[in-house]
Design a protein around this ligand. Structure first.
Ligand code: PEP
Ligand code: MG
Length: 314
């Protein structure tokens, strides 16, 4: 499979029965964009922009950010780039942005909540992204959104910058990383252009297990039926409104999970660049019909262990 995956990496990921998924790359450094393209990525499905901020001793200014984002667009040759706005707080500290002491930083000021307390930082970032993109396909998404209020507040900032610089229309989406946003997907779907499921945080917040917890790591499994049900709800709401859904957490490159995600009718998977060829090859061996059966099987189980056992046995 390795050799075949490599030789067909630039082909689309189309199932035996003709259903195509986009397979994109997750990046934290825009200098790695040519590598992602070389490995066959259909685009960048998650640019973790906080890594660009972490790589600088102080907040990168407009010109610095614009230059970094431009590298990505130049290397992508028209392929889409999904940029996540700054996602700090919780497990992602930024030295020059001191945060208040909190008893539970994972349940505190982080992700979009934090950005909304410093709108000028978000504005500069959005301005840099829009300028770097020009008329190339930029998609923007916000991390850790819990409901429509946060999405509307963040989107208003983007629209202000768009109007100011006369930027073309772009897709604006939310990450589904908090159970409330999956449960409320039917209320979000009419106003967003897409969803991207961050299964790392979604699993953490659904199972109430710290994603970095050593002792509990075996139990922190994104193939948990509770997480799968939230993904199912998200896709149903999105497709009812003609929106697309991606999965950009680790689950997207788990070989046992790929048929399940395909069967749940996710539209895009975004994975570490080096896994792109194998994920594509894995999809080519499946049919949507058998994947639907796998998804139904997984959803019928009560625990993550049961899900894994059933998928391995099938
Ligand atoms: C996630 O939470 O699944 C995700 C993709 O975001 P990050 O891993 O950067 O928190
Ligand atoms: Mg996350």
């Amino acid at each position: 499979l390795q050799a075949e995956a490599h030789s067909q990496r630039h082909e689309p990921a189309t199932t035996l029965d003709g259903h195509t998924l986009e397979v994109c790359a997750n990046l934290g450094n825009t200098a790695h964009t040519p590598d992602a393209v070389e490995r066959g990525a259909d685009g960048i499905g998650l640019l973790r922009t906080e890594f660009i901020f972490m790589a600088h001793p102080e907040a990168p200014d407009l010109a610095t950010q614009e230059r970094e984002y431009r590298h990505a667009f130049d290397a992508l040759n028209g392929l889409p780039l999904v940029a996540r706005t700054l996602d700090v707080g919780g497990d992602k500290p930024l030295d020059y942005w001191p945060l208040p002491q909190e008893d539970n930083p994972f349940l505190g000021l982080r992700g979009i909540r934090l950005s909304l307390t410093r709108p000028e930082i978000l504005e500069t970032q959005v301005r840099a992204l829009l300028r770097a993109a020009g008329d190339r396909p930029l998609r923007l998404m916000f991390p850790m959104v819990k409901d429509l209020d946060e999405f509307r507040a963040a989107k208003a900032i983007v629209q202000r910058v768009q109007d100011e610089i006369g930027a073309p229309d772009l897709q604006i989406g939310v990450m589904i990383e908090v159970p409330s946003s999956a449960l409320l997907a039917p209320t979000l779907a009419p106003e967003v252009d897409f969803f991207s499921v961050g299964t790392n945080d979604l699993t953490q917040y659904t199972l109430a297990i710290d994603r970095g917890h050593g002792q509990l790591s075996a139990e922190s499994d994104a193939l948990h039926p509770a997480v799968l049900r939230l993904i199912q709800m998200t896709v149903a709401a999105a497709h009812a409104h003609g929106r697309w859904v991606g999965v950009c957490g680790e689950l997207a490159s788990d070989p046992l999970a790929i048929p399940v995600l395909l069967g749940l009718e996710v539209d895009e998977l975004s994975v570490t660049s080096r896994r792109v060829p194998l994920v594509k090859a894995c999809i080519r061996k499946l049919s949507l019909e058998t994947a639907r059966t796998q998804a139904a099987l997984a959803l019928s189980k009560a625990t993550a262990v049961e899900v894994r056992d059933a998928l391995e046995a099938s």
